[in-house]
Write a protein that binds this ligand. Structure first.
Ligand SMILES: [Zn+2]
Length: 425
């Protein structure tokens, strides 16, 4: 029997507001803490959890940026001539995304979302590698680099598989006792919340299903490990979207030309602008200040949120919606969606959650990048204690450490896959 299994279970969008009045995991992970999320979408939150750093350090923030020089999409401009009734359909976009991803050899998650083909050659895509894979961050290292370099036998979910498949795969490895670290990723709750909203009657049964799976993992682990250090956590919550804003229409009324005076990336909950002259900068800022559904995020605030980029790579001006307001249409989706995340991290439904069976959590664990510190701490502890000398006979039988992650996980981490079907992510 081994000494310790650190088991980290990542449930996408299982925010504090979702579980605070629910008994979720209270039997086997009674110690709960609300965590601050990272400003941005999963494209920012997940890399922050995996690296222990913030967007201004790792530079994985928003997917699309104005960068015509490096745009890999120049060959797609001809698609602008196809009828919008075809090219704006999700099924067509998904199919095209797969083709483009294969052609451009992107290793992470990729989706064309709703970027207009007329302008797509102005944009670059910032997540060409998978943030979960060794070397997958835009800058710096991640947990996979750490585990690989430290020689720690681990199992990490493969986001190209379904939740059930990933559960089975983890259960199998836990039963063998071969691993010294486990990381499970379950994205289905995120998809459910996007579709049905945060008051859906389907949430409770989904949480009960997760509890059952976790319990079975714990029972299996107890046969191989003296202690399971369990952490169930999320990256953000989910806010219902009760108000829509057609920001694009407002911008198109201005005496400015997209691509000549300015460029904007319309995410679901924010718009990021780049300007090519002062008139455009002034006119857009004045217009935005007159829109009560959102506000321009000052640099001081972006800096506090660790999302200020001195080179303005992700946009010169960030206009953020009030919680519950959705930009429709946006470059993330043509049609409305019931609920979304990506609002200010201090709004109620942005907060993430951490649930554990450990009686003590360091005081410094207050935001989702700090989950990385727990992963590293416990992986090292398990590595050290699981290597304690055992009787020779038993040692002979022990298999060599096995690295269970897929050799070429196509992950942009975790299956934003499920979310992408819906949009926004
Ligand atoms: Zn999502």
């Amino acid at each position: 029997m081994k000494a310790i299994l650190p088991l980290f279970i990542f449930i996408d969008a299982c925010g504090w507001e979702i579980i605070k009045d629910d008994r979720f995991c209270s039997v086997f992970a009674p110690n709960r803490r609300r965590l601050e999320s990272v400003f941005g979408y999963s494209s920012a939150c997940v890399p922050s959890i995996l690296s222990g750093r913030w967007p201004d350090e790792h530079r994985n923030w928003c997917y699309f940026v104005y960068d015509p020089e490096h745009s890999p999409f120049k060959g797609l401009q001809w698609l602008r001539w196809l009828p919008k009734a075809i090219t704006s359909r999700r099924i067509v976009r998904r199919w095209l995304s797969k083709l483009v991803k294969a052609q451009l050899k992107f290793r992470g998650y990729f989706d064309l979302y709703n970027i207009p083909f007329k302008h797509i050659s102005l944009f670059d895509f910032t997540e060409k590698k998978s943030p979960l894979r060794p070397g997958g961050m835009n800058r710096g290292t991640n947990i996979s680099d750490f585990l690989t370099q430290s020689g720690i036998a681990h199992h990490v979910s493969d986001p190209t598989r379904s939740e059930a498949e990933n559960y089975d795969a983890m259960l199998k490895d836990v039963k063998t006792g071969r691993i010294d670290f486990g990381f499970v990723y379950w994205p289905e709750l995120d998809g459910l919340l996007h579709r049905e909203g945060n008051q859906s009657p389907e949430i409770s049964p989904k949480l009960r299903g997760y509890e059952e799976r976790i319990l079975r993992l714990l029972e299996a682990a107890k046969k191989q490990y003296a202690e399971v250090r369990l952490y169930v956590f999320s990256d953000h919550g989910m806010a219902n979207c009760d108000e829509l804003l057609d920001l694009k229409a407002r911008m198109e009324q201005l005496p400015l030309e997209f691509g000549k005076d300015y460029v904007v990336a319309y995410d679901s909950t924010m718009a990021r602008f780049w300007f090519f002259n002062d008139r455009a900068r002034r006119t857009v800022a004045e217009t935005l200040r007159s829109i009560p559904q959102g506000s321009i995020v000052p640099d001081t605030e972006l800096e506090r949120l660790h999302c200020l980029f001195p080179d303005r790579y992700f946009g010169e001006l960030i206009f953020l919606m009030r919680e519950g307001v959705l930009i429709v249409p946006s470059h993330m989706g043509e049609r409305p969606i019931r609920a979304m995340h990506g609002y200010h991290p201090n709004t109620a439904h942005s907060y993430a959650a951490l649930l554990t069976n450990q009686p003590e959590l360091p005081d410094g664990v207050t935001a989702i990048p700090h989950i990385y510190d727990l992963m590293v701490r416990d992986a090292l502890l398990a590595q050290e204690q699981n290597r304690s000398p055992r009787p020779p006979k038993q040692r002979e039988k022990s298999p060599a450490p096995v690295f269970c992650e897929t050799p070429e996980p196509t992950l942009a981490f975790p299956a934003r896959v499920a979310v992408a079907d819906i949009r926004g992510e």
